[in-house]
Unconditional design. Structure first.
Length: 166
């Protein structure tokens, strides 16, 4: 989803890819888009419906952030030590706050609140509750969350990546 300005105010545009020929997946994809939405939620709702109709896949409303993060880590093509580091970050900084939230219900405001909580009192992994995480650590949580949600986006589990808007 993209945001743009007009004389009348902020507008939202959705874009998604569809198969050129549904009977021939080798034919490639084409980009489709619709603009002019005045309400971000309406644009997101239309995008979810469009992806469902065009791909024939339903956006799964039951997969939680924690469930998908675990799957994403399992399929990660990185070194075992990196997977371990990412897993610790998910376990300590993502799961306790938003792990139980279904992917399709996750919003940028909730993610922004997660970062604020970490800045204020997030250093639980070192037994220093109340000291907060430094900006670099919060940025690492953000980068990991963006990557995880990009994976969910690629699998059509979500229509947009809310971490990119927080």
């Amino acid at each position: 989803m993209r945001t743009y300005q007009t004389v009348a105010g902020t507008r939202y545009r959705i874009e998604y890819r569809v198969l050129v020929d549904p009977d021939d997946p080798e034919a490639g994809t084409a980009r489709k888009g619709v603009g002019g939405f005045t309400i971000k939620g309406e644009a997101a709702k239309t995008l979810r419906a469009a992806v469902t109709v065009e791909t024939g896949e339903r956006l799964d409303t039951k997969v939680t952030v924690s469930q998908f993060a675990a799957d994403w880590l399992t399929g990660s093509r990185t070194s075992p030590s990196t997977v371990e580091t990412y897993g610790r970050c998910v376990r300590l900084h993502i799961d306790p706050h938003i792990g139980s939230v279904p992917l399709v219900d996750l919003r940028a405001a909730r993610i922004t609140r997660l970062y604020g909580d970490h800045e204020a009192r997030g250093n639980h992994d070192r037994g220093k509750e109340g000291t907060g995480l430094g900006p670099n650590s919060v940025r690492k949580v953000h980068v990991l969350l963006v990557s995880i949600l990009d994976g969910a986006l690629a699998e059509n589990l979500i229509a947009t990546n809310p971490a990119k808007h927080s």
